[in-house]
Design a protein around this ligand. Structure first.
Ligand code: GLU
Length: 279
């Protein structure tokens, strides 16, 4: 079996050590390693960071296989999938909070999002309101689970995980001006590019139940998951862009050798001041 994995950064800043660890593990696990730019959030994505991602991976000595895939160029595919879910009566328009809608475009690290009370579920459709008012499309999770069950998944180390309806909720799948949320685009692209192993940080594990459900609803294959421990500061603080985590670019400027760093990350050895944390 050819093992295909992908590295799927969002171009919202420069990459840091946690990204490097994820990329190295994905590369190491795979025969075929794909690169996907998750730039669906027009408010936070910047084209200049795409160049930064390519530069950083090159510095680490990691070259991806196949074409570079850019999500903002694939929105037709996501819109088609959404239409199918609409036709199947599995989504409904929601006019609730703008903040929730905005947040749905990027991966929810560490938190699958707060539970949605279902305010707009079961409301008669109002195309006129939809034409004029910002809204999102939410998964009718109760209906989806009634039809598809609650698909679990297997991690690469054979651990089996089951899904909890509370983690799925009525997830946002698209919004009026953006044809896809992170979840929908992610499952479509993983399937379209033949990803067999999804290698990503354990902070994205809460996203897996909704993604598994979407895979079943859309008839997409089930990948194996490898949710790896997160790189944190020695004191356990997360590496977040907002906390000025040292970027790979800064490490390069400080004279670090990227290829040596990648080799040591591959054996689980981190530079001093950092450690691995399993949430
Ligand atoms: N784009 C996400 C991120 O920035 C990755 C999502 C995934 O690997 O499924 O971390």
């Amino acid at each position: 079996m050819v093992i295909s994995s992908r590295f799927a950064p969002s171009p919202t800043g420069r990459l840091h050590l946690g990204h490097a660890y994820s990329a190295v593990l994905g590369r190491q696990a795979a025969d075929r390693w794909l690169l996907r730019i998750e730039d669906l959030d027009p408010g936070r994505s910047r084209p200049e960071f795409v160049g930064g991602i390519l530069e950083d991976l090159d510095w680490l000595g990691l070259s991806h296989d196949g074409e570079l895939l850019v999500q903002s160029q694939r929105t037709m595919l996501y819109a088609e999938a959404l239409e199918r879910l609409k036709a199947d009566g599995l989504v409904y328009p929601c006019f609730c909070t703008r903040a929730d809608i905005a947040a749905s475009l990027t991966a929810p690290h560490g938190d699958a999002g707060s539970a949605y009370p279902g305010t707009c579920r079961g409301r008669p459709d109002d195309p006129e309101r939809r034409a004029t008012t910002p809204h999102s499309w939410r998964l009718n999770s109760a209906e989806a689970i009634a039809r598809a069950g609650l698909p679990g998944w297997r991690e690469a180390d054979e651990t089996a995980f089951s899904s909890d309806p509370a983690q799925i909720g009525d997830a946002i799948l698209a919004r009026k001006d953006a044809p896809s949320s992170y979840h929908l685009a992610c499952v479509i692209d993983d399937a379209a590019t033949g990803v067999t192993h999804v290698v990503r940080g354990a902070d994205l594990r809460p996203s897996t139940p909704v993604q598994r459900l979407l895979q079943v609803l859309l008839g997409l294959p089930e990948p194996t998951y490898l949710h790896h421990p997160l790189v944190t500061h020695q004191d356990g603080r997360r590496l977040a862009k907002r906390d000025q985590a040292p970027t790979l670019a800064a490490m390069r400027e400080a004279g670090v050798n990227g290829r040596e760093l990648a080799r040591s990350l591959a054996t689980g050895v981190l530079p001093s001041g950092f450690r691995l944390l399993t949430p």
